[in-house]
Design a protein around this ligand. Structure first.
Ligand SMILES: Cc1ncc(COP(=O)(O)O)c(C=O)c1O
Length: 368
């Protein structure tokens, strides 16, 4: 029997390399609450990502919820329907109304040309997503935010290590939020972080992720428990050592897919932008009308061969029951996102994926 090939498989360093970290935790008995590995990982990530301040979290969703709290965002927030549901769930957890704006067809990121029409007196912020790690049009978004005095919180869950011409992509906006979930390019089993522009905002975020405590007896806000534990931080430190090799391997796989799928009629690869230093966390394709099968039929055929791609992102967030009745959720308002969610398929990509398997997958796609 063949082994199934899933859309991703977490990278795990050799177990013997993790054991010394565990021994240290066992010796110190410091398991959480901003322990030594937590502090080391914050410093190491600032250096690796070339950012000034970072606050670690137990996961990306708590980081998103806290990012909104820290900026005191209220009212309405403009966001994309084409994302993982945690993006707009973080708004609902803060009592904020999401306003969905359509995406642009090349990157499948929030379309800046459509943002202004969605701004109302209640709008306080924009929450775009660097979908698949592809950079949003950060300049156009910032210009609109400046004109209307809006905050920008990037859901950068997919964008670990991505750079643009000026440096880390994570420096844009008021805050950027990362996920270190097991499925991401860089992971800590579960985890997340907020990249902050200055010490003051990091300070506030650090209080908010620790119940609002500033010292033993003083609580300044209704904070949450969003702290990352020491085992997770240790995995991050170890993982970081291999990240460049992991990325290089992902790039080889992505290039191979692209090469082998280039001439398949009806299959369109969402190419990494040439200029950016990408992380190749996903390999998304669009299954167009010229392809002999529908996206769902291709998805099923691959599954029949024990290949398990994922339809990220289908359904659209705006189609889930808690969002469906919003006026901005109407499909007429979201034609590009609606089409993309019907055509998208993310193919398996992870460091241990053999190139022979990539060839097998692309052969199947070309032959069906
Ligand atoms: C775009 C996006 N935002 C937010 C999240 C939530 O992150 P986490 O799973 O770490 O809570 C994820 C993925 O998991 C994601 O893909």
């Amino acid at each position: 029997m063949s082994t199934p090939t899933f859309v991703t498989q977490p990278y795990l360093p050799p177990l013997e390399e993790f054991l010394p970290y565990l021994e240290k935790i066992w010796e110190s008995k410091q398991l959480t609450n901003c322990g030594p590995f937590h502090q080391q990982l914050e410093a190491a990530l600032c250096e690796y990502l070339n950012v000034e301040h970072i606050a670690l979290f137990a996961n990306g969703t708590l980081a998103l919820v806290t990012a909104l709290q820290s900026l005191r965002i209220t009212g309405e927030v403009i966001t994309t329907p084409y994302s993982f549901v945690a993006t707009s769930h973080s708004l609902l957890w803060n009592g904020i109304k999401p306003v969905f704006v359509d995406i642009e067809p090349n990157t499948l990121n929030l379309d800046p040309a459509r943002i202004e029409a969605a701004i109302t007196p209640q709008t306080t912020a924009i929450m775009p997503v660097h979908c698949y790690g592809h950079p949003c049009d950060v300049e156009a978004i910032q210009k609109i935010a400046d004109n209307y005095n809006l905050k920008v919180i990037y859901d950068a869950a997919h964008a670990f290590g991505v750079r643009d011409a000026g440096g880390s992509l994570l420096r844009h906006g008021d805050l950027s939020v990362l996920s270190f979930h097991a499925t991401k390019a860089f992971h800590t089993f579960e985890g997340g972080a907020i990249v902050c522009p200055d010490a003051k905002s990091k300070n506030r975020i650090d209080h908010l992720k620790n119940f609002g405590f500033v010292d033993e007896t003083t609580v300044v806000a209704a904070g949450i428990n969003g702290k990352m534990g020491e085992i997770n931080a240790a995995m991050g430190l170890l993982q970081l050592k291999s990240f460049d090799q992991i990325k290089a391997r992902r790039k080889t796989i992505a290039n191979t897919y692209h090469e082998l799928l280039r001439d398949v009629p009806g299959i369109f690869c969402l190419r990494e932008m040439d200029r950016e230093d990408a992380n190749y966390v996903y390999f998304p394709i669009l299954v167009g009308p010229e392809y002999p099968l529908s996206r769902d039929a291709l998805y099923q055929k691959l599954k029949d061969h024990d290949i398990h791609p994922r339809r990220y992102f289908y359904p659209l967030i705006s189609d889930f029951p808690m969002y469906r009745s919003l006026p901005s959720s109407h499909h007429d308002n979201l034609p590009v996102a609606s089409r993309a969610s019907q055509q998208i398929l993310c193919l398996p990509i992870y460091p241990d994926l053999e190139l022979t398997k990539v060839a097998e997958i692309t052969d199947l796609i070309a032959r069906f």
